[in-house]
Design a protein around this ligand. Structure first.
Ligand SMILES: [Zn+2]
Length: 145
């Protein structure tokens, strides 16, 4: 994590000082790094609730995007994200588009990401495209250790 700019994203600020982790981090280059096997809990959401269920870390896969509230995300981040989610959906068919939410949605007031610059409709459109998973196969997903 040493090469990440701690000011770039609240996640990076937190991880610099606290015990925080995410399953995946997608950098602005579009490179994705997996830090935690998918079937293990990562500490990314903190105090959170989704559809009445508290503690989202217990039942979610955390993907962080390097970015901020003022700069558009990169095209390559969207395609990497869509490819990654598509692969995860292949493994977890219940992971419908309606279950893909931001930290700002599960921890409102405490977390703001991915924030106003993130184009949710663009992500949904990419996820609906045939062949989306084919773009994501250049790295091996770690399911468990
Ligand atoms: Zn986040």
């Amino acid at each position: 994590m040493g090469k990440l700019d701690p000011s770039a994203h609240p996640f990076f600020q937190e991880i610099a000082t606290l015990k925080v982790s995410a399953h995946f981090v997608i950098q602005r280059s579009g490179d994705v790094t997996q830090y935690v096997p998918v079937q293990r809990r990562a500490w990314h959401a903190g105090l959170s609730v989704w559809e009445g269920r508290e503690g989202c870390n217990d039942f979610s896969i955390g993907i962080e995007l390097e970015g901020d509230a003022k700069t558009p995300f990169e095209d390559t981040q969207y395609s990497t994200l869509a490819g990654l989610i598509s692969q995860l959906q292949g493994r977890y068919p219940a992971l419908g588009v309606d279950r893909i939410v931001g930290h700002e949605h599960v921890a409102p007031g405490r977390k703001w990401d991915p924030g106003p610059m993130f184009d949710w409709s663009r992500l949904r459109m990419l996820l609906g495209e045939p062949g989306v998973s084919a773009r994501s196969c250049d790295w091996p997903l770690i399911w468990e250790k």
